[in-house]
Design a protein around this ligand. Structure first.
Ligand SMILES: [Mg+2]
Length: 391
Protein backbone atom coordinates (compact mmCIF):
# COMPACT_ATOMS: atom_id res chain seq x y z
CA UNK A 1 0.00 0.00 0.00
CA UNK A 2 2.96 2.31 0.72
CA UNK A 3 3.80 3.11 -2.86
CA UNK A 4 0.33 3.36 -4.27
CA UNK A 5 -0.31 6.93 -5.33
CA UNK A 6 -3.35 8.14 -7.25
CA UNK A 7 -2.24 9.11 -10.76
CA UNK A 8 -5.48 9.26 -12.77
CA UNK A 9 -9.18 9.61 -12.04
CA UNK A 10 -11.78 9.06 -14.72
CA UNK A 11 -15.48 9.61 -14.22
CA UNK A 12 -18.57 8.96 -16.36
CA UNK A 13 -22.25 8.18 -16.09
CA UNK A 14 -23.27 4.84 -17.54
CA UNK A 15 -26.92 4.46 -18.47
CA UNK A 16 -29.05 1.40 -17.99
CA UNK A 17 -32.62 0.19 -17.75
CA UNK A 18 -34.87 -1.43 -15.21
CA UNK A 19 -36.75 -4.53 -16.38
CA UNK A 20 -40.00 -2.56 -16.00
CA UNK A 21 -40.81 1.10 -15.69
CA UNK A 22 -41.14 2.30 -12.07
CA UNK A 23 -44.20 4.45 -11.47
CA UNK A 24 -44.97 6.99 -8.75
CA UNK A 25 -44.37 7.06 -5.04
CA UNK A 26 -46.53 9.03 -2.60
CA UNK A 27 -44.80 12.32 -3.43
CA UNK A 28 -43.28 12.00 -6.92
CA UNK A 29 -44.34 11.18 -10.46
CA UNK A 30 -43.08 8.31 -12.58
CA UNK A 31 -39.49 7.13 -11.99
CA UNK A 32 -39.29 5.42 -15.38
CA UNK A 33 -37.00 2.71 -16.68
CA UNK A 34 -33.74 4.60 -17.00
CA UNK A 35 -31.06 4.43 -14.30
CA UNK A 36 -27.68 6.17 -14.17
CA UNK A 37 -24.55 4.73 -12.65
CA UNK A 38 -21.97 7.45 -12.00
CA UNK A 39 -18.72 5.51 -11.96
CA UNK A 40 -15.22 6.74 -11.13
CA UNK A 41 -12.12 4.74 -11.95
CA UNK A 42 -8.90 5.39 -10.07
CA UNK A 43 -5.52 4.31 -11.40
CA UNK A 44 -2.30 4.47 -9.39
CA UNK A 45 1.20 5.35 -10.60
CA UNK A 46 2.04 1.63 -10.80
CA UNK A 47 -1.09 0.75 -12.76
CA UNK A 48 -3.38 -0.69 -10.06
CA UNK A 49 -6.98 0.38 -10.53
CA UNK A 50 -10.43 0.19 -9.03
CA UNK A 51 -13.83 1.58 -9.89
CA UNK A 52 -17.11 2.27 -8.20
CA UNK A 53 -19.97 4.69 -7.56
CA UNK A 54 -18.83 8.29 -7.09
CA UNK A 55 -20.48 11.63 -7.57
CA UNK A 56 -17.79 14.20 -8.14
CA UNK A 57 -16.62 16.99 -10.42
CA UNK A 58 -13.28 17.21 -12.24
CA UNK A 59 -12.28 19.93 -9.82
CA UNK A 60 -12.95 17.71 -6.80
CA UNK A 61 -11.20 14.78 -8.49
CA UNK A 62 -8.03 16.85 -9.05
CA UNK A 63 -7.63 17.21 -5.28
CA UNK A 64 -7.09 13.46 -4.99
CA UNK A 65 -4.25 13.30 -7.51
CA UNK A 66 -1.00 12.43 -5.73
CA UNK A 67 -2.82 11.10 -2.64
CA UNK A 68 -1.29 7.94 -1.20
CA UNK A 69 -3.77 5.10 -0.90
CA UNK A 70 -2.46 4.27 2.58
CA UNK A 71 -3.45 7.78 3.71
CA UNK A 72 -6.91 7.59 2.17
CA UNK A 73 -7.64 4.14 3.49
CA UNK A 74 -7.42 3.64 7.21
CA UNK A 75 -5.91 0.19 7.27
CA UNK A 76 -2.17 0.02 7.77
CA UNK A 77 -0.14 -2.07 5.30
CA UNK A 78 0.68 -4.50 8.12
CA UNK A 79 -2.96 -4.84 9.01
CA UNK A 80 -3.90 -5.38 5.40
CA UNK A 81 -1.43 -8.24 5.13
CA UNK A 82 -3.19 -10.20 7.83
CA UNK A 83 -6.80 -9.32 7.24
CA UNK A 84 -8.44 -12.67 6.59
CA UNK A 85 -6.41 -14.55 9.16
CA UNK A 86 -7.16 -12.16 12.00
CA UNK A 87 -10.74 -10.98 12.25
CA UNK A 88 -9.88 -8.30 14.81
CA UNK A 89 -8.48 -5.88 12.24
CA UNK A 90 -11.48 -3.64 11.95
CA UNK A 91 -10.90 -0.25 10.45
CA UNK A 92 -14.12 1.53 9.51
CA UNK A 93 -12.73 2.10 6.01
CA UNK A 94 -12.02 5.24 4.04
CA UNK A 95 -10.74 8.45 5.62
CA UNK A 96 -13.21 11.33 5.91
CA UNK A 97 -11.36 13.41 3.28
CA UNK A 98 -11.53 10.69 0.65
CA UNK A 99 -15.13 9.51 1.09
CA UNK A 100 -16.23 11.07 -2.19
CA UNK A 101 -14.20 8.31 -3.87
CA UNK A 102 -14.69 5.59 -1.25
CA UNK A 103 -16.17 2.99 -3.62
CA UNK A 104 -13.39 3.09 -6.23
CA UNK A 105 -10.88 3.12 -3.34
CA UNK A 106 -12.45 0.08 -1.68
CA UNK A 107 -12.45 -1.75 -5.01
CA UNK A 108 -8.81 -0.83 -5.64
CA UNK A 109 -7.52 -1.82 -2.20
CA UNK A 110 -9.41 -5.12 -2.27
CA UNK A 111 -8.09 -5.89 -5.74
CA UNK A 112 -4.51 -5.16 -4.64
CA UNK A 113 -5.10 -7.54 -1.70
CA UNK A 114 -6.83 -10.09 -4.03
CA UNK A 115 -9.84 -10.14 -1.70
CA UNK A 116 -13.52 -9.39 -2.05
CA UNK A 117 -14.24 -5.98 -0.48
CA UNK A 118 -16.15 -7.47 2.45
CA UNK A 119 -13.11 -9.55 3.44
CA UNK A 120 -11.20 -6.36 4.24
CA UNK A 121 -13.56 -5.95 7.18
CA UNK A 122 -15.61 -9.03 7.99
CA UNK A 123 -14.37 -11.64 10.35
CA UNK A 124 -13.71 -14.75 8.23
CA UNK A 125 -15.09 -16.94 10.98
CA UNK A 126 -18.42 -15.14 10.78
CA UNK A 127 -18.84 -15.59 7.03
CA UNK A 128 -20.23 -18.77 5.60
CA UNK A 129 -19.33 -19.48 1.99
CA UNK A 130 -20.73 -19.03 -0.52
CA UNK A 131 -21.70 -15.61 0.80
CA UNK A 132 -25.44 -15.01 0.57
CA UNK A 133 -27.11 -11.75 1.50
CA UNK A 134 -30.86 -11.40 2.06
CA UNK A 135 -32.35 -8.87 -0.31
CA UNK A 136 -35.74 -7.46 -1.19
CA UNK A 137 -37.43 -6.37 -4.41
CA UNK A 138 -38.02 -2.64 -4.19
CA UNK A 139 -39.81 -2.32 -7.53
CA UNK A 140 -43.48 -2.36 -6.46
CA UNK A 141 -44.28 1.28 -7.22
CA UNK A 142 -47.63 3.05 -7.61
CA UNK A 143 -48.10 1.78 -11.17
CA UNK A 144 -51.89 1.49 -11.16
CA UNK A 145 -53.11 5.08 -11.39
CA UNK A 146 -54.53 4.53 -14.89
CA UNK A 147 -56.94 1.93 -13.48
CA UNK A 148 -60.24 2.96 -11.91
CA UNK A 149 -61.01 -0.39 -10.29
CA UNK A 150 -59.25 -1.24 -7.01
CA UNK A 151 -59.36 -4.95 -7.74
CA UNK A 152 -57.64 -4.52 -11.09
CA UNK A 153 -55.09 -2.18 -9.50
CA UNK A 154 -54.34 -4.71 -6.76
CA UNK A 155 -54.00 -7.49 -9.35
CA UNK A 156 -51.51 -5.43 -11.33
CA UNK A 157 -49.19 -4.93 -8.35
CA UNK A 158 -49.63 -8.59 -7.36
CA UNK A 159 -48.56 -9.50 -10.91
CA UNK A 160 -45.44 -7.36 -10.46
CA UNK A 161 -44.68 -9.23 -7.24
CA UNK A 162 -45.01 -12.50 -9.19
CA UNK A 163 -42.41 -11.16 -11.65
CA UNK A 164 -40.14 -10.53 -8.67
CA UNK A 165 -40.63 -14.11 -7.47
CA UNK A 166 -39.62 -15.30 -10.94
CA UNK A 167 -36.43 -13.21 -10.60
CA UNK A 168 -35.60 -14.99 -7.34
CA UNK A 169 -37.02 -12.53 -4.80
CA UNK A 170 -38.86 -13.60 -1.65
CA UNK A 171 -39.20 -10.19 0.05
CA UNK A 172 -40.96 -7.13 -1.30
CA UNK A 173 -41.46 -3.49 -0.47
CA UNK A 174 -44.73 -1.94 -1.61
CA UNK A 175 -45.11 1.79 -2.25
CA UNK A 176 -48.22 3.17 -0.55
CA UNK A 177 -49.66 6.61 0.15
CA UNK A 178 -51.80 6.86 -2.98
CA UNK A 179 -54.14 9.25 -1.18
CA UNK A 180 -51.42 11.79 -0.39
CA UNK A 181 -51.20 13.28 -3.87
CA UNK A 182 -52.35 10.99 -6.67
CA UNK A 183 -55.83 9.95 -5.51
CA UNK A 184 -58.55 11.29 -3.20
CA UNK A 185 -57.48 10.52 0.36
CA UNK A 186 -59.82 7.70 1.36
CA UNK A 187 -59.98 6.16 -2.12
CA UNK A 188 -56.16 6.06 -2.20
CA UNK A 189 -55.97 4.57 1.28
CA UNK A 190 -58.55 1.91 0.40
CA UNK A 191 -56.50 1.00 -2.65
CA UNK A 192 -53.28 0.82 -0.61
CA UNK A 193 -54.98 -1.75 1.61
CA UNK A 194 -56.28 -3.76 -1.37
CA UNK A 195 -52.79 -3.77 -2.94
CA UNK A 196 -51.11 -4.96 0.28
CA UNK A 197 -53.60 -7.82 0.62
CA UNK A 198 -53.21 -8.83 -3.04
CA UNK A 199 -49.41 -8.88 -2.81
CA UNK A 200 -49.62 -11.10 0.27
CA UNK A 201 -51.89 -13.45 -1.63
CA UNK A 202 -49.50 -13.56 -4.59
CA UNK A 203 -46.34 -14.06 -2.56
CA UNK A 204 -47.59 -16.60 -0.03
CA UNK A 205 -47.44 -16.58 3.76
CA UNK A 206 -43.65 -16.68 4.19
CA UNK A 207 -42.60 -13.71 2.02
CA UNK A 208 -41.38 -10.69 3.96
CA UNK A 209 -43.53 -7.67 3.05
CA UNK A 210 -42.78 -4.04 3.82
CA UNK A 211 -44.64 -0.85 2.96
CA UNK A 212 -43.17 2.59 2.23
CA UNK A 213 -45.41 5.67 2.41
CA UNK A 214 -42.70 8.21 1.50
CA UNK A 215 -44.13 10.45 4.25
CA UNK A 216 -47.58 10.35 2.62
CA UNK A 217 -49.47 9.17 5.72
CA UNK A 218 -50.15 10.77 9.07
CA UNK A 219 -50.51 8.92 12.34
CA UNK A 220 -54.23 8.16 11.88
CA UNK A 221 -53.81 6.91 8.31
CA UNK A 222 -50.89 4.76 9.42
CA UNK A 223 -53.07 3.18 12.11
CA UNK A 224 -55.92 2.75 9.62
CA UNK A 225 -53.72 0.87 7.12
CA UNK A 226 -51.80 -1.21 9.67
CA UNK A 227 -55.07 -2.05 11.43
CA UNK A 228 -56.78 -3.15 8.22
CA UNK A 229 -53.79 -5.31 7.23
CA UNK A 230 -53.04 -6.71 10.69
CA UNK A 231 -53.40 -10.29 9.41
CA UNK A 232 -50.93 -9.64 6.54
CA UNK A 233 -47.98 -9.44 8.94
CA UNK A 234 -46.15 -6.42 7.52
CA UNK A 235 -42.50 -6.53 8.51
CA UNK A 236 -41.86 -2.79 8.53
CA UNK A 237 -43.50 0.50 7.68
CA UNK A 238 -41.07 2.95 6.13
CA UNK A 239 -41.39 6.74 6.20
CA UNK A 240 -44.99 6.67 7.40
CA UNK A 241 -44.85 10.46 7.93
CA UNK A 242 -42.14 13.07 8.38
CA UNK A 243 -39.94 11.85 11.17
CA UNK A 244 -41.29 13.12 14.47
CA UNK A 245 -40.38 11.54 17.83
CA UNK A 246 -43.73 12.40 19.44
CA UNK A 247 -45.73 10.77 16.65
CA UNK A 248 -43.41 7.77 16.58
CA UNK A 249 -43.92 7.32 20.32
CA UNK A 250 -47.71 7.29 19.79
CA UNK A 251 -47.33 4.82 16.93
CA UNK A 252 -45.07 2.55 19.00
CA UNK A 253 -47.58 2.54 21.87
CA UNK A 254 -50.43 1.77 19.47
CA UNK A 255 -48.53 -1.10 17.79
CA UNK A 256 -47.86 -2.59 21.19
CA UNK A 257 -51.49 -2.24 22.28
CA UNK A 258 -52.66 -3.90 19.05
CA UNK A 259 -50.07 -6.67 19.35
CA UNK A 260 -48.55 -5.82 15.97
CA UNK A 261 -44.89 -6.70 15.37
CA UNK A 262 -44.45 -4.25 12.45
CA UNK A 263 -41.18 -2.34 12.76
CA UNK A 264 -40.73 1.41 12.21
CA UNK A 265 -38.18 2.25 9.52
CA UNK A 266 -36.90 5.69 8.55
CA UNK A 267 -33.81 7.62 7.51
CA UNK A 268 -34.03 8.07 3.77
CA UNK A 269 -35.71 11.45 3.04
CA UNK A 270 -34.08 14.21 5.08
CA UNK A 271 -31.91 11.64 6.85
CA UNK A 272 -32.32 13.63 10.06
CA UNK A 273 -29.32 13.21 12.36
CA UNK A 274 -31.90 12.92 15.19
CA UNK A 275 -32.83 9.50 13.83
CA UNK A 276 -29.77 8.12 15.58
CA UNK A 277 -31.11 9.43 18.90
CA UNK A 278 -34.55 8.02 18.16
CA UNK A 279 -33.00 4.65 17.29
CA UNK A 280 -31.25 4.78 20.67
CA UNK A 281 -34.56 5.64 22.37
CA UNK A 282 -36.31 2.74 20.62
CA UNK A 283 -38.68 4.93 18.58
CA UNK A 284 -37.19 3.88 15.24
CA UNK A 285 -36.32 0.20 14.80
CA UNK A 286 -34.69 0.20 11.37
CA UNK A 287 -32.32 2.95 10.23
CA UNK A 288 -32.13 3.66 6.49
CA UNK A 289 -29.41 6.18 5.69
CA UNK A 290 -28.37 5.91 2.05
CA UNK A 291 -25.68 3.50 0.83
CA UNK A 292 -24.19 6.13 -1.50
CA UNK A 293 -24.23 9.10 0.84
CA UNK A 294 -23.30 9.02 3.70
CA UNK A 295 -22.01 5.73 2.30
CA UNK A 296 -20.15 2.55 3.20
CA UNK A 297 -17.63 3.82 5.77
CA UNK A 298 -20.24 5.88 7.64
CA UNK A 299 -22.39 2.78 7.87
CA UNK A 300 -19.38 0.85 9.20
CA UNK A 301 -19.01 3.46 11.90
CA UNK A 302 -22.71 3.33 12.79
CA UNK A 303 -23.06 -0.45 12.74
CA UNK A 304 -21.67 -1.27 16.21
CA UNK A 305 -23.48 1.73 17.72
CA UNK A 306 -26.86 0.63 16.36
CA UNK A 307 -26.16 -2.94 17.38
CA UNK A 308 -25.53 -1.89 20.98
CA UNK A 309 -28.98 -0.30 21.02
CA UNK A 310 -30.67 -3.24 19.35
CA UNK A 311 -31.49 -1.11 16.29
CA UNK A 312 -31.26 -2.53 12.79
CA UNK A 313 -29.57 -1.40 9.58
CA UNK A 314 -31.26 -1.38 6.18
CA UNK A 315 -29.44 1.17 4.02
CA UNK A 316 -31.54 2.95 1.41
CA UNK A 317 -30.59 2.14 -2.19
CA UNK A 318 -32.41 3.33 -5.28
CA UNK A 319 -31.69 4.58 -8.78
CA UNK A 320 -28.08 3.43 -9.10
CA UNK A 321 -27.37 -0.26 -9.75
CA UNK A 322 -23.90 -0.16 -8.16
CA UNK A 323 -25.67 0.22 -4.80
CA UNK A 324 -27.03 -3.34 -5.04
CA UNK A 325 -23.49 -4.75 -5.02
CA UNK A 326 -22.12 -2.24 -2.52
CA UNK A 327 -24.79 -3.45 -0.08
CA UNK A 328 -23.74 -7.07 -0.54
CA UNK A 329 -20.23 -6.20 0.71
CA UNK A 330 -21.36 -3.95 3.54
CA UNK A 331 -23.88 -6.52 4.79
CA UNK A 332 -21.50 -9.12 6.29
CA UNK A 333 -19.57 -6.38 8.08
CA UNK A 334 -22.60 -5.06 10.00
CA UNK A 335 -23.90 -7.10 12.93
CA UNK A 336 -27.46 -5.87 12.52
CA UNK A 337 -27.96 -5.83 8.76
CA UNK A 338 -31.53 -6.51 7.60
CA UNK A 339 -31.65 -6.90 3.80
CA UNK A 340 -30.30 -5.26 0.66
CA UNK A 341 -32.78 -3.00 -1.12
CA UNK A 342 -32.55 -4.34 -4.67
CA UNK A 343 -33.27 -2.03 -7.62
CA UNK A 344 -32.67 -4.37 -10.53
CA UNK A 345 -31.27 -2.83 -13.72
CA UNK A 346 -29.07 -3.75 -16.65
CA UNK A 347 -26.26 -1.35 -17.48
CA UNK A 348 -24.40 -1.97 -20.76
CA UNK A 349 -20.68 -1.83 -19.94
CA UNK A 350 -21.12 -2.91 -16.30
CA UNK A 351 -21.01 -6.69 -16.06
CA UNK A 352 -22.75 -7.86 -12.88
CA UNK A 353 -23.26 -11.46 -13.99
CA UNK A 354 -21.12 -12.96 -11.20
CA UNK A 355 -24.03 -12.18 -8.83
CA UNK A 356 -27.28 -14.11 -8.85
CA UNK A 357 -30.49 -13.85 -6.83
CA UNK A 358 -31.99 -17.11 -5.64
CA UNK A 359 -34.59 -17.81 -2.97
CA UNK A 360 -34.50 -14.23 -1.71
CA UNK A 361 -30.73 -14.04 -1.38
CA UNK A 362 -28.02 -12.38 -3.44
CA UNK A 363 -25.20 -14.85 -4.04
CA UNK A 364 -21.94 -12.90 -3.83
CA UNK A 365 -18.89 -14.03 -5.83
CA UNK A 366 -15.50 -14.60 -4.14
CA UNK A 367 -13.84 -12.27 -6.64
CA UNK A 368 -11.43 -9.40 -5.89
CA UNK A 369 -12.95 -5.98 -5.22
CA UNK A 370 -16.69 -5.72 -5.75
CA UNK A 371 -16.54 -8.59 -8.26
CA UNK A 372 -17.86 -6.46 -11.12
CA UNK A 373 -16.35 -5.95 -14.56
CA UNK A 374 -16.21 -2.62 -16.37
CA UNK A 375 -16.02 -2.89 -20.15
CA UNK A 376 -13.04 -0.69 -21.11
CA UNK A 377 -14.48 0.45 -24.44
CA UNK A 378 -17.96 1.24 -23.15
CA UNK A 379 -16.46 3.16 -20.23
CA UNK A 380 -14.01 5.10 -22.43
CA UNK A 381 -16.92 6.09 -24.66
CA UNK A 382 -18.97 7.31 -21.70
CA UNK A 383 -15.99 9.25 -20.32
CA UNK A 384 -15.67 10.99 -23.67
CA UNK A 385 -19.40 11.68 -23.99
CA UNK A 386 -20.37 12.84 -20.51
CA UNK A 387 -17.41 12.53 -18.12
CA UNK A 388 -13.83 13.63 -17.53
CA UNK A 389 -10.27 12.47 -16.97
CA UNK A 390 -7.80 14.14 -14.62
CA UNK A 391 -4.18 13.02 -14.28
MG1 LIG B 1 -38.12 4.66 0.87
Amino acid sequence: MHNLTIATIEWARLEGWRPRSAGCNARLGSHGRKVRAPIARITTTNGASGFGWAWLTARQARRYLGVQISDAFRVTPQALSYVGSDPEVLSPGVDQLSRAIEYPLLDLVAKVASLPVYRLFASSAAVQLPLRIPCYDTSLYIDDLHLSDDGEAANLIAQEAAEGIARGHRAFKIKVGRGALHMPLQAGTRRDIAVIRAVRQATGPTAQLMIDANNGYNLNLTKQVLGATADVGLYWIEEAFHEDPRLYAYLKAWLEKEGLATLIADGEGDASPHLIDWARDGLVDVLQYDIHQPGFTRWRELGPVLDAWGARAAPHNYGDPFGNYALCHLAPTLPNFEAAEWDEATVPGLDTSSYTIREGQAHVPELPGFGLHLDPQAYARAVEENGFVVS
